[in-house]
Write a protein that binds this ligand. Structure first.
Ligand code: SF4
Length: 400
């Protein structure tokens, strides 16, 4: 870190060593780094003014040369089930989404973080895929999503899932760095972290080299390469058999049970034959299967290309997949009354030209990338307001 660089250095999200380097660069005693680190990570400080044991002059110097937090809250939606969906503005004006969820145990909170702005993979059912790839996030930008969530919500995050915008294993080095900071500084150990990939084989192998105790989740979505290629374009580079081998090797290396994520798209990935093929495919893999009933998303042309299978079709698929002997669950949905699927909130703001704007109210009628909802709360820096119910739109086209 260069002390002559005049642009403010974002400190939240940085590792202890990086904060030490910064402090040394300012010719401050090294114990200042410990104090700053503790204010950021143990006490969730959101400004240098809160760091009352630093001395006025030191705080002034820090205000001139550094900044916390790194991310700015651009928008927040709160679901009726308590799920909080954030749009964070990055230092360069780009934005990413993060989500805070709790499940049956209300005292345990899970943060879903983004690893890239946009995504190059282009899964055909994903709102982020419509956005295209913009850039990788730095490790600090990933970590500060968790810290910003804790600061805003007052909740302690216990688990982190890398399932927001972006393909984590196409940004694998920064993801590995961020996992280290989450463990060392935020206190979230690798066993409480899940990294989800669309199946980037070199990234799986690189992550395995670290021998971290994170859970690796593969977004499989189809049991063979031909139909998978239709919805996950990278299958042409990494066919299903190669993915399965990479997962088996990952297990041998890390001894961590894997998760197979499988999105149920009506008429596309939910047939009984596909359920049997899936059961066969994972029979020898140490894994659980997580079925995800599709959350309909409109693309930029206002087209919802896929539909969610009926409850009976979901249950039938689950029963057949269970013949693998694996635990099969249907994902508990959170935040369905807000833009909870990855990329939806970002796309809505981008379409409205608001990604770099200060938090503000949305026009209740402008809903690109979102779905019908039964009234939700848009919460901005200025407070919370009930939003009117919006009549669900019917899909204008359907892929068959
Ligand atoms: S599902 Fe994940 S990998 Fe696929 S386009 Fe969306 S963000 Fe990228």
């Amino acid at each position: 870190m260069n002390s002559t660089n005049t642009s403010p250095c974002g400190l939240s999200g940085k590792s202890k060593q990086e904060i030490e380097q910064f402090v040394t660069g300012l010719c401050l005693p090294s114990y200042r780094a410990r104090q700053i680190h503790s204010w950021i990570y143990a006490r969730n400080a959101a400004s240098f003014d809160e760091m009352t044991d630093l001395g006025k002059e030191t705080r002034q110097l820090l205000k001139e040369r550094a900044q916390i937090p790194l991310l700015k809250l651009a928008h927040l939606q709160v679901s009726a089930d308590g799920t909080r969906k954030y749009l964070f503005e990055l230092p360069d004006g780009q934005s990413v989404e993060s989500v805070l969820m709790s499940f049956d145990d209300r005292t345990s909170f899970t943060a879903c973080v983004s690893s890239q702005v946009g995504c190059a993979v282009g899964c055909t059912f994903c709102a982020t895929g419509y956005l295209g790839f913009k850039r990788n996030l730095a490790a600090a930008e990933i970590v500060d999503q968790v810290m910003s969530i804790q600061r805003e919500s007052g909740k302690r995050v216990a688990n982190v899932v890398y399932m927001g915008q972006g393909e984590p294993l196409l940004n694998v080095e920064e993801v590995i760095k961020s996992i280290a900071v989450l463990g060392q500084s935020v206190g979230i150990g690798a066993r409480h972290i899940t990294v989800s990939t669309s199946g980037i084989v070199p990234g799986i192998r690189r992550l395995a080299q670290e021998r971290l105790q994170v859970t690796l989740a593969l977004s499989l979505h189809a049991p063979e390469s031909k139909s998978r290629q239709e919805i996950v374009p990278t299958t042409s580079r990494f066919p299903v058999d190669e993915l399965m081998q990479a997962l088996a090797d990952y297990y041998s290396c890390c001894q961590r049970r894997l998760t197979i994520e499988y999105v149920l798209l009506a008429g596309i990935t939910d047939s009984p034959d596909q359920a049997r093929q899936l059961a066969q495919l994972v029979r020898n893999l140490h894994c659980n299967i997580n079925l995800i009933p599709y959350n309909p998303t409109e693309n930029r042309d206002g087209i919802a290309a896929y539909a969610r299978p009926s409850l009976s079709a979901q249950q039938r698929f689950k029963r057949l997949a269970e013949s693998s002997g694996k635990t099969v669950t249907i994902r508990l949905e959170r935040g369905t009354d807000i833009d909870a699927a990855c990329g939806q909130l970002h796309n809505r703001f981008e379409d409205e030209g608001k990604t770099s704007a200060a938090p503000r109210e949305l026009d209740g009628q402008a809903r690109a990338g979102s779905q019908g909802r039964a009234g939700y709360k848009d919460v901005t820096a200025g407070g919370a307001q009930e939003r009117p119910a919006v009549k669900p739109k019917r899909p204008r086209a359907r892929r068959s």
